[in-house]
Design a protein. Structure first.
Length: 130
């Protein structure tokens, strides 16, 4: 029996690229780079809104893996403009302020879709609660 479980989100890229939205292996949950796309394919032009959408998708994947915000130990945020750091950081604090995971914010030249200003990854470790 495998200790590995893949979590799908329905992204069209999952099948074409060959990835899972998240993978749970034992007590670890790794959430793939998550883009700010709504189910209808739309994407807000606002960096803060995009970050919020990414975190919403991440939270659903974490929940399906049996985890939550309190289990997150690392996030990585990829931005296409340094000027968006304040807005994206503020949304990160909404979701993880009390948790304070290790976090990295990196400016990159571009993301897969030119509408995307941010893409976010997360890692969680499930710690037994008493």
């Amino acid at each position: 029996m495998s200790d590995r479980a893949g979590i799908a989100s329905g992204s069209p890229f999952e099948a074409t690229i060959g990835f899972s939205r998240a993978v749970r292996v034992g007590d670890r949950v790794l959430v793939s780079g998550t883009a700010p796309v709504w189910p209808d394919g739309s994407c807000s032009p606002d960096a803060g809104d995009q970050a919020r959408r990414c975190f919403e998708i991440i939270m659903v994947a974490l929940a399906e893996a049996g985890a939550g915000a309190g289990d997150v130990v690392r996030t990585r945020m990829y931005l296409t403009a340094a000027a968006d750091a304040t807005a994206v950081g503020a949304v990160h604090a909404e979701f993880f302020g009390p948790v304070r995971p290790a976090a990295t914010m990196v400016v990159v030249t571009a993301l897969l879709d030119p509408r995307w200003r941010v893409e976010i990854e997360a890692e969680a470790i499930l710690i037994p609660r008493t």
